[in-house]
Design a binder for this molecule. Structure first.
Ligand code: CAA
Ligand code: NDP
Length: 303
């Protein structure tokens, strides 16, 4: 694989080509903002149909930005041209940074890193978009824990300003500096979190969502009452059940399990109703059914 000429920027490396693994809602959002910020992107997924659907989603989101006047037609076209497809990990060889944004499951992520690393340049950085899993543990399944970091984007990526950066025990300063400069290039703001289960945002947000599901489970209120209460009573842009469906109930459950096991405190026990929905395959918007049913014109509460 040909080595690219690298320019050092301060303590870190300049990131020009970004690989993304997982073409779901987060992977496509990250690809979108990277390409719109002038970076070359290579998008990978284990499922070819998912990859096509992801590219179509990016195209639709960019077109919406043109319609709304926040992007020119030229910028849209250039951004799309910057996104290539990586059918195999070998196609990620030229990347300066690879961000893993696959399903929130530790075994899945560990396997990805083991298979991916032999294809990368020795000095490439590797990051995970995990919502909750230990960065130190994930780093240990790579050949470069010093060049590994948590880069946690928020959903929807093109809209949300924050990105959490999480260092593992072995993450070196130049890796952190490069990741921080990369986030700055995307026009986003980074905060740093220590490597504790679910970091900062999800340590606070997910127990609130889990409590909303307990409120539903115990019959304190209906889906509609709970969401209206939090939208109008606490000025949240979405109700907690609507937000759970938006994040994905599988991801919500995984985060609660990581909190429950990682902090060994019963206050993080996932609500049995959340477990039941995930067992039913009702994962929220992405499967068209969760706390709301999205199969019709407007979402209908399921309880
Ligand atoms: C689980 C984790 O690990 C961490 C997390 O991400 S937790 C989740 C964090 N995210 C949140 O809490 C989101 C809460 N919700 C919101 O902020 C808002 O409801 C929202 C921004 C999603 C939508 O806002 P809204 O005012 O209801 O909708 P709307 O006016 O249609 O959209 C506002 C903008 O967002 C864009 N947008 C909305 N949904 C989008 C999506 N899924 N993808 C891309 N862009 C989207 C719209 O195009 C619009 O863009 P412009 O401002 O350029 O016109
Ligand atoms: N949803 C959210 O609000 C946020 C999620 N995150 C994190 O981002 C990551 C992705 O979440 P999200 O995009 O919502 O999930 P999605 O379910 O939308 O997408 C995950 C994608 O990863 C694919 N995938 C699974 N295994 C592999 C693999 N071995 N190789 C390549 N692709 C694979 C899935 O394919 P298939 O469908 O075939 O399984 C799917 O296309 C998770 O770690 C999540 O915790 C972070 C911030 C916010």
């Amino acid at each position: 694989m040909p080595q690219q000429v690298r320019r050092e920027t301060g303590m870190g490396i300049e990131i020009k080509t970004v690989g993304i693994i997982g073409a779901g809602q987060m992977g496509t959002g990250i690809a979108h903002v990277c390409a719109a910020s002038g970076l070359d992107v290579r998008l990978n997924d284990r499922d070819a149909d998912r990859l096509d659907a992801g590219l179509a989603q990016i195209e639709a989101n960019l077109a919406r930005q043109v319609q709304k006047g926040s992007l020119s037609e030229d910028q849209r076209r250039t951004a799309l041209e910057r996104i290539g497809v990586a059918r195999a990990y070998a196609d990620l060889g030229p990347c300066d940074l690879v961000i893993e944004a696959a399903t929130e499951d530790e075994a899945t992520k560990r396997k990805i890193f083991q298979d991916l690393c032999p294809s990368l340049k020795p000095d490439a950085l590797v990051a995970t978009n995990t919502s909750s899993i230990s960065i130190t543990r994930l780093a240990a399944s790579t050949d470069r824990p010093d060049r590994f970091i948590g880069i946690h984007f928020m959903n929807p990526v093109p809209v949300m300003q924050l990105v959490e950066l999480i260092r593992g025990i072995a993450t070196e300063d130049p890796t952190y500096e490069s990741a921080k400069a990369f986030i700055g290039k995307l026009g986003k703001t980074s905060t740093m979190s220590e490597d504790f289960p679910a970091f900062i945002v999800n340590r606070i947000l997910l127990p609130m969502i889990n409590e909303a599901i307990y409120t539903l489970y115990e019959g304190v209120g209906s889906v509609e009452s709970i969401d209206t209460a939090m939208k109008l009573g606490a000025n949240h842009p979405m109700g907690p059940l609507q937000l759970a469906d938006f994040i994905g109930l599988d991801t919500c459950l995984s985060v609660m399990q990581v909190l429950y096991e990682g902090l060994a405190d019963s206050k993080y026990r996932p609500c049995p109703l959340l477990v039941k929905y995930v067992e039913a395959g009702w994962l929220g918007r992405k499967t068209k059914r969760g706390f709301y049913d999205y199969r019709g014109e407007t979402p209908i509460p399921t309880r």
